[in-house]
Design a protein. Structure first.
Length: 118
């Protein structure tokens, strides 16, 4: 499927694949909360998937499954893994010069922080 499947979507036209949701934005209610994030919204009376009604008068119809997943070929990651030494240098590196203070004095910091990550 992949990219070809995406070319058949996105517009309402004969021969295309379309999902249609019919609703009044004034009556839709988002019922999800932080504690219950999977609660569905209410106030959506009709949903049509690939020409098949799946929600009729706000009731989800049982045993109606007209949709299909869009699959893409697996790809290698575009991200490069970060070496642990680079990570610790970035996040645990204590500057040797704090940009001020009394000339000739050493900065005061807890040396255990640096030793823990060498």
């Amino acid at each position: 499927m992949g990219l070809k499947a995406m070319q058949e979507r996105g517009r309402m036209q004969e021969g295309m694949v379309a999902d249609i949701t019919i609703f009044n934005p004034e009556t839709v209610t988002d019922n999800a909360t932080y504690a219950q994030g999977t609660l569905p919204s209410t106030g959506i009376p009709f949903v049509i998937v690939n020409g098949t009604v799946v929600v009729d008068e706000s009731e989800v119809l049982k045993d109606v499954n007209p949709g299909q997943p869009i699959r893409f070929d697996p790809q290698d990651s575009l991200l490069e893994p970060l070496e642990i030494s680079a990570w610790t240098q970035k996040f645990y590196n204590v500057p040797q010069d704090f940009g001020g203070g009394v000339p000739g004095t050493q900065p005061q910091y807890d040396k255990r922080i640096i030793r823990c990550c060498d």
